[in-house]
Write a protein that binds this ligand. Structure first.
Ligand code: PEP
Ligand code: MN
Length: 296
């Protein structure tokens, strides 16, 4: 039977428009990524946490320490920010990358940071253990192919109005360049509902897992746009089987330059992490810890 996401070739063979991303490639098997000894996928639940944007040395290091101590296994933070308004803070750029490298050296946390522009790919790859491809670049095909060729693990966010199959075809652009290290991320989609920033599509988690062997994580922060929704959405995402969460945290969200209203308060992060860990256990997953943390 030909399913909705498939086409028949002239020879009559059934062919999905994505092949390497398809669950059919490895029936029953799930990809587990290993980034610097940090696992993503399988029975692991991976917490990726940090500020929306790198703003200063103090803010970045303080957040990194807090999230590491609470069990996060990656530090997120944007040095280059894709902003809706050209007048909004665009990130510290090269200096931001330098601060992320310093935070990694101090805490041991691998870095997740966004590539917004092909012209800075080399400097981003110097620091990014995982390259984030933002929702707005999900269909930037030359960028996807270049990240594919780099071999660097990629965190690929679903476009604001993209279908799940479009997300999987975007992943295919990375995979088909010989880079198997792709993490899919549901971050909320545009719907007619204006009460929150985006609509978090939690059905995407089980359905992506049916269609693909790739790990699937959830970003509750950008979906909600509001701090009060971040914990309940995170718990729901963990319980529905997400392989992890990427979440925004700030030592002083009221003073944040970027996305303060949705950022968790750093001093509440440990409690948040425990609630999410408990929810992940419902789906049979345990918090992924790095080798350094496991030895401590
Ligand atoms: C982000 O993670 O900082 C971000 C801009 O996310 P998105 O691409 O999902 O909007
Ligand atoms: Mn943000």
């Amino acid at each position: 039977m030909i399913e909705m996401n498939e086409t028949a070739t002239e020879e009559g063979e059934v062919e999905a428009p994505y092949r390497l991303a398809s669950a059919r490639l490895t029936p029953g098997e799930r990809s587990v990524l290993d980034v610097d000894g940090r696992k993503v996928g399988g029975d692991n639940f991976t917490l990726i946490a940090g500020p929306c944007a790198v703003e200063s040395r103090e803010q970045t290091l303080a957040t990194a320490r807090v999230v590491r101590d609470a069990g996060a296994s990656f530090l997120r933070g944007g040095a280059y920010k894709p902003r809706t308004s050209p007048y909004a803070f665009q990130g510290l750029g090269r200096e931001g990358l330098r601060l992320l490298a310093e935070a990694k050296a101090e805490t041991g946390l691998p870095i997740v940071t966004e590539l917004t522009d092909m012209r800075v790919i080399e400097e981003v790859l110097e620091v990014a253990d995982v390259v984030q491809i933002g929702a707005r670049n999900m269909q930037n095909y030359p960028m996807l192919a270049e990240v594919g060729r780099s071999g660097r693990p990629a965190l690929l966010k679903r476009g604001l109005s993209s279908t799940l199959d479009e997300l999987l075809m975007a992943a295919e652009y990375i995979l088909s360049e010989g880079n198997p290290n792709v993490i899919l991320c549901e971050r909320g989609i545009r719907t007619f509902e204006p009460a929150y920033r985006f609509t978090l599509d939690l059905m995407a988690v089980p359905v992506l897992k049916q269609r693909s062997h790739l790990p699937v994580i959830v970003d509750p922060s950008h979906a909600a746009g509001r701090r009060d929704l971040v914990l309940p959405l995170s718990v729901a995402a963990a319980a529905v089987g997400a392989d992890g969460i990427i979440v925004e945290v700030h030592p002083n969200p009221d003073e944040a330059i970027c996305d303060g209203p949705q950022s968790l308060r750093a001093d509440e992060f440990a409690e948040y992490a425990r609630a999410v860990e408990d929810a992940a256990a419902l789906a049979g997953k345990a918090l992924a810890v790095g080798e350094a943390a496991a030895l401590a």
